[in-house]
Ligand binder design. Structure first.
Ligand code: NOJ
Ligand code: CA
Length: 558
């Protein structure tokens, strides 16, 4: 790897920031966030140091699933702005060195999409085959994704007396991607937004998009689903050399390589690592890093172009579906003990800081870990401030509250009457009075400044995005020490999952005389190494250290 490769395969050292325009910043005070508001906050994002914005759906929508029910793939929800505002925002982001990727939600449409409105008119309607129909639901019952609301993935359409497939809500009929016309439309959608300047897509619900088992057609007529994924990636590459596909694919390890496109890396460019995320919570609950270590060790080897996307929270429930029942109960007991904090029997609807009882040391340790895990970190808006949730907003809405800018009216998000906001604000200890961007910008000890530093150090440490990962042996239980090595050099990250202070002794190989460890998070701290490469460091309870190996004759900055 050459240092210049970091700008070529830019996603391998990106810092991604996810937001929903609707809840980020309302500029015209109608109560709904808008593109103009986002444009006004571009410099905030630039100061934070993020390099890639992921915008959640902003398309015309009945908004019954927070915009994931799309009625026009080629439009902008007029509550948020128009195409002019969209393009202005993209241009401004580019000027600030920020790429924009957008949600590509093509597993399904809204039931108000003109294709579905047509399709359900009659069995011989030209759009009928855009969706998946059956005379009878198959005997083998498939569990819907939202079992609290739906009891089947098949819904009877009374007019034509057939059932249509919907993996998610019944107002989100699944598209039939075995239909070449649907595939052409998907490519056209991608081409359209690429032309407007986006740098790729966060691809929604990939395993469901690839699942063609509901379609009744002779096997031979179905192209291999993974070929479809690769054809989308190839199309993307033809239209834009830099564009990426970041897949929402909560898969078992055994399927992940295929989704990346195997050795050639010509499938998804990135995949969220749901398994590592879930085991991170198990490790936190147990104050024991071993589940996380195991999850990282179980990552399959992937092509150089492929990348893992790490995250602590996202806009959905904190799913724990890949843990065993007992493990899931442990995490529930630690971080979401009340039934109202849980959802779908598999997830927690809280943000991290309240789950950790607001303990700043522990919260910072987790974000330090997020940025030092091998891969690309993805932040959900407000995480950089330590925002909390509003449990009363209910299920997944709990974490989708307005961004907290100031301690003023509606947290500085909007001057509209509070009842007009897309969601209630957070109350109590995490309310905008206590947690807001404006105050934290002026406080060098704030969470915001801390995350800025992590972003800055991550960006100048390409061994985290590119390098190899190895757990370093040491004796302190509760502590994870790992080394990331790349062409640029090496660093050791040490994290204490326990609240008790610890003394950690580890030994690095290939150390030369006078090599030192420079602390990247605490200014001016330099630790010496013994001639055999060993070092002993004191760790606070929930402490975290990033130590770069610096060779006096080397050129690396400490
Ligand atoms: C996954 C998204 O993350 C979620 O928010 C949405 O409800 C479903 N896909 C359906 O699009
Ligand atoms: Ca507005």
């Amino acid at each position: 790897m050459r240092i210049t490769d970091t700008s070529d395969l830019w996603w391998k050292t990106a810092v991604i920031y996810c937001l929903d325009v609707e809840t980020f910043m309302d500029w015209n005070d109608d109560g709904i966030g808008d593109f103009e508001g986002l444009a006004h906050r571009m410099d905030y994002l630039h100061e934070l140091g993020i390099t890639c914005l992921w915008l959640m759906p902003f398309y015309p929508t009945p908004n019954k699933d927070d915009g994931y029910d799309i009625s026009d793939f080629f439009g902008v929800d007029e509550r948020l702005g128009d195409f002019g505002d969209f393009v202005e925002m993209i241009r401004m982001a580019k000027d600030r060195g920020i790429r924009v990727i957008i949600d590509l939600v093509v597993n399904h449409t809204s039931d108000t999409h003109p294709w579905f409105v047509e399709a359900r008119k009659s069995k011989d309607n030209p759009y009928r085959d855009f969706y998946v129909w059956r005379d009878h639901p198959p005997r083998k019952k498939e569990q819907p994704v939202f079992p609290d609301v739906e009891d089947s993935v098949w819904e009877l359409d009374p007019k034509t007396n057939q059932y249509y497939l919907h993996h998610f809500y019944k107002f989100q009929p699944d598209l039939n991607v075995t239909n070449p016309k649907v595939r052409d439309e998907i490519a056209k959608i991608m081409g359209f937004w690429l032309q407007l300047g986006v740098s790729g897509f966060r691809v929604d619900a990939v395993p469901f998009l690839m699942d063609e088992s509901g379609v009744q057609a002779p096997e031979a007529e179905l192209a291999h689903p993974l070929d479809f994924l690769k054809s989308l990636r190839a199309f993307l590459g033809r239209r834009s050399g830099e564009a990426v596909m970041l897949g929402e694919a909560n898969l078992p390890r055994k399927d992940q390589v295929d989704y990346f496109g195997g050795e050639d890396g010509d499938g998804l460019s990135m995949q969220f690592d749901f398994i590592t995320m879930q085991n991170l919570y198990l490790s936190l609950a147990r104050q024991d890093p071993r589940p996380l270590e195991k999850a990282l060790a179980s990552r399959p080897e992937v092509a150089i172009e492929s990348q893992w996307a790490n995250f602590v929270r996202n806009h959905d429930e904190l799913t724990l579906d890949k843990l065993t029942d007992e493990e899931r109960q442990e995490v529930f007991a630690a971080f979401g003990p009340e039934p109202r904090m849980q959802v779908y029997d598999r997830g927690i609807i809280r943000r991290l800081p309240p789950m950790l009882d607001g303990d700043p040391r522990r919260i910072r340790m987790v974000y330090s870990l997020l940025f030092s895990l091998p891969g690309t970190p993805v932040l959900f808006y407000g995480e950089e401030l330590g925002m909390g949730e509003n449990l009363d907003a209910g299920t997944r809405s709990a974490v989708r509250t307005p961004m907290q800018w100031t301690s003023g009216t509606n947290g500085g998000f909007s001057n509209a009457p509070t009842r007009k906001l897309p969601s209630p604000l957070v109350g109590d200890g995490y309310s905008p009075d206590h947690v807001n961007a404006s105050d934290q910008r002026h406080d060098p000890d704030s969470m915001l400044h801390f995350v800025r530093r992590l972003v800055e150090r991550y960006r100048s440490s390409p061994e985290m995005g590119w390098g190899t990962f190895e757990v370093v042996k040491q004796d302190a239980p509760g502590v994870l020490a790992h080394v990331l090595s790349g062409a640029e050099g090496r660093m050791v990250a040490v994290h204490n999952f326990s609240g008790d202070p610890a003394t950690v002794t580890f030994r690095l190989s290939d150390v030369e005389a006078d090599d030192v460890l420079v602390d990247l998070l605490v200014d001016g701290q330099v630790l010496s190494l013994e001639s055999d490469g060993s070092a002993t460091i004191a760790m606070d309870g929930y402490g975290y250290r990033w130590l770069r190996v610096i060779r006096p004759s080397g050129k690396r900055l400490g």
